[in-house]
Design a protein around this ligand. Structure first.
Ligand code: SF4
Length: 408
């Protein structure tokens, strides 16, 4: 098997007909944005994911060329000297409000002063991943699952990232092959590992041939039954989902967890990317972080969940925002998430209702949070509340569930 280093050479150029088929459609709003802010970029360049990553908006001057920054945003960008960098693909920037600092997608990617404030309970590694790291980039916490961090590079940097201690830091690069090999060796030696979640950083920013090598290597480990990839690429850099990438993924059949934040991300370009993945036979699940002022509204959340379902992405998790350092302005009370789930459950298709969960700080793992449907007990009956708030008695002879529960 070729090593990924040997695979650095560019693949042969596609034949003209294949190149035409691979061309990525650009929505009219994106054409207008390109002409205004990137007039030197041709349409094929705009549709090239490597051009998009090379031309990410990263500095104050680049931000000011596109956005009318508030004083708070400008000061925050200037005061930032370390930690999570700024990085926004031109495509993703075109989805954001240029004049309104409160526009949801803009809030998730342009720093504000509150990001520089550490509140009690916040930490650089709130999930306590470092103590469970058994090899560089490999976290083994749950008995049969590992988290394999394969890169620290992302198309865009989300200000609430739970791995902001790691992503985009120390220069942007994929982890070394020696690190991958150490992690793969550990997985091979641990027959109890049946599920590998590949994350980072964003694994879909890795070149096709390297990804092909990595997935193939994992697929040949007999006890690895499930490979999952966590990514935001189909929404932040949809042109990365080329027919060639879809073929690589189709060959190795991983599941894909899509990090979706807001319905404004569900553009025609993102739809095409998700279609290519679904058509390649990749099971798609959605993961959303609950963020104050971004998606903590029932109409917004419902639109996002419905939009995902329409694109063959099954909403899977709604996460309470982790207490990462400087995340206070993003975090909602836990009740907000429960109310959103109550507002969805029973009011829309069950497939469109994600699990609400938080990651217990200090390495406690995921804890599912459910609205309380059990009201109490009356004799042999369990009293439950349905989605509309009405009470019902369910015959449950001999049961104890709900006994002694104060009825509210
Ligand atoms: S795409 Fe994921 S890993 Fe990258 S910055 Fe956003 S949340 Fe973090």
């Amino acid at each position: 098997m070729r090593s990924p280093l040997a695979a650095e050479t560019a693949p042969p150029a596609p034949a003209p007909a294949a190149r035409r088929r691979a061309r990525f459609a650009i929505a009219p709003a994106r054409h207008a944005f390109r002409r205004r802010f990137f007039p030197d970029a041709s349409a094929p360049e705009w549709s090239d994911w490597r051009w998009q990553t090379r031309n990410r908006i990263r500095t104050l001057a680049e931000l000011e060329r596109v956005f009318q920054l508030s004083d708070d945003e400008r000061a925050a960008v200037m005061r930032r000297t370390s930690g999570l960098p700024v990085g926004i693909t031109p495509y993703y920037a075109s989805l954001m409000g240029r004049e309104d600092p409160a526009e949801p997608l803009r809030r998730t990617h342009i720093p504000v002063g509150a990001e520089l404030v550490t509140l009690p309970g916040e930490d650089d590694d709130p999930l306590g991943e470092e103590p469970d790291m058994v090899a560089p980039g490999l976290v083994h916490r749950y008995p049969d699952r590992v988290l394999f961090l394969v890169t620290n590079f992302c198309a865009t940097y989300c200000r609430y990232c739970m791995r902001s201690r790691l992503v985009g830091s120390k220069g942007e690069h994929t982890f070394s092959v020696a690190q991958w090999e150490a992690a793969l060796g550990y997985i091979e030696a641990h027959a109890e590992v049946r599920d590998v979640l590949i994350s980072g950083g964003d694994p879909l920013t890795i070149a096709d041939d390297k990804l092909d090598w990595l997935l193939g290597r994992l697929r040949r480990i007999g006890h690895v039954e499930l490979i999952r990839i966590g990514t935001k690429v189909p929404l932040a850099l949809p042109m990365r989902v080329t027919p060639a990438l879809a073929r690589v993924l189709g060959r190795h059949r991983p599941w894909l967890s899509l990090h979706a934040t807001h319905p404004d991300e569900l553009t025609p370009e993102a739809t095409l990317a998700l279609d290519r993945l679904a058509d390649a036979g990749i099971p798609l699940g959605g993961q959303t972080v609950l963020l104050k002022g971004v998606n903590d509204d029932l109409a917004v959340m419902r639109a996002l969940m419905h939009g995902l379902i329409k694109r063959r992405v099954r909403p899977y998790y709604l996460f309470q925002c982790d207490p990462i350092r400087g995340s206070g302005h993003f975090r909602t009370p836990v009740t907000t998430g429960l109310e959103l789930i109550e507002g969805l459950r029973g009011h829309t298709s069950g497939y469109a209702v994600p699990h609400f969960a938080l990651d217990a700080p200090g390495g406690g793992g995921k804890v599912a949070l459910v609205p309380d449907a059990i009201v109490g007990r009356e004799g042999e009956d369990l009293v439950v509340r349905n989605f509309a708030g009405a009470l019902y008695r369910y015959p449950d002879p001999g049961g104890m569930l709900g006994a002694g529960k104060a009825r509210r």
